[in-house]
Design a protein around this ligand. Sequence first.
Ligand code: NAP
Length: 253
Amino acid sequence: MKDALGSPQSMLLLGGTSEIGLATAKALVSRRTRTVVLAGRRPAALEAPVEELRALGAERVEVLAFDADDTASHADFVARAFTACGDIDVALLAFGVLGDQRSAEDAPEQAVALLRTNLVGAASLGLHVAQHLRRQGHGTLAVLSSVAGERARRSNFVYGSSKAGMDAFFEGLGDSLVGSGANVLLVRPGFVHTKMTAGLDPPPFSTTPEKVAEVIVKAIESGAERAWAPPQLRYLMSAVRHLPRSLFRRIEV
Ligand SMILES: NC(=O)c1ccc[n+]([C@@H]2O[C@H](COP(=O)([O-])OP(=O)(O)OC[C@H]3O[C@@H](n4cnc5c(N)ncnc54)[C@H](OP(=O)(O)O)[C@@H]3O)[C@@H](O)[C@H]2O)c1
């Protein structure tokens, strides 16, 4: 249960090796979060993060294996996560893949695999987590969407459409939770310097995992349901969404 100041006591991180996810876990533990469940598809890679979170003051850090693509295992996995934690104040859905647009156009099975992870996997895990939050009567399901989903670009439409789909899905899931005590927080970062974007040219407004974490923590504590990182992207993307298509096509994005 969040404390009197709105700070979560416990967190489930889905995508335990995500740089944005881990920066958020560290920011929360540096405040008042004491129990963390780190879930990832490569549990051995979670050993170092476990130690980092303990060093920051986490009292209980559990590791669980999950694969976003293995939807048949999600019910059991989410049940185990809630049993391990007892009570989850924040579940952060931080897994995802960027893929390679050009090769996905040449090999459609790559596009399908990306959509399976980013959209189908996210939807499946989101629904299972939401069932538990509803039962608890409290908790925030924070979801890493992207500004890429606000308007799909020619250069990145496979990833962009996966984020557009997941964003719409979680908007609806958030609406379905109204009155339950639980809520959905949609986080829409721009370009973030992580291993996902390594080697790519950073556009204006690029940011760091730590800055995104600050935005997420503030949004969780204030009960916000949408957040952009950096926050100015909210206004920029609103303009981008409304550009006439003929003009949008002429811009190199
Ligand atoms: N970086 C950006 O510019 C940016 C901008 C907007 C939104 N986002 C979104 O923010 C989230 C986190 O991104 P990040 O930058 O922190 O990326 P990251 O450091 O590359 O982390 C991606 C995470 O996804 C996990 N993952 C991928 N496929 C999985 C699967 N099938 N099952 C379970 N886990 C899987 C990875 O696990 P492994 O370590 O095992 O590969 C890793 O934990 C993603 O959803 C991303 O789309 C990122």
